[in-house]
Design a protein. Structure first.
Length: 125
């Protein structure tokens, strides 16, 4: 539970624009102090690649956060628009892993019971 909260907070922080600006500033500072002090071009190229890779982490996290939020919104809309849908599966992003597993078990058991009832009704006809 604590780990899930921690990862949720870190995910929001890494996907924040302010965090990216701070990381970009840090990389530029690092480049400006190291590139001119180093005489080895291979080391300079490695530093540039490392800096770009580091900044890519923040960009990828931001795009994943946006994609995830859009996907959750679409799924919640589909669930809410269907009359027979189980509304307990809405907003699962805020639920813990244990709650999601319990919902999943209940959902599977419910669907199996429906299938058994349907097969029994079809056999009686």
């Amino acid at each position: 539970m604590l780990f899930e909260k921690l990862t949720s907070i870190i995910t929001r922080i890494l996907g924040n624009a302010i965090t990216f600006i701070l990381a970009l500033t840090m990389v530029f500072f690092w480049w400006s102090t190291n590139l001119f002090n180093s005489r080895d071009s291979h080391q300079n190229i490695g530093d540039i690649i490392f800096g770009i890779t580091f900044l890519s982490l923040f960009i990828i996290q931001k795009s994943f956060n946006k994609y995830s939020a859009l996907l959750h919104l679409k799924i919640n809309e589909l669930i809410a628009s269907h009359e027979s849908a189980n509304n307990s599966v809405m907003h699962t992003a805020q639920k813990t892993e244990q709650e999601i597993l319990e919902l999943s078990k209940g959902y599977i058991e419910e669907k199996i019971e429906e299938m058994i009832k349907k097969d029994t009704a079809e056999k009686q006809i």
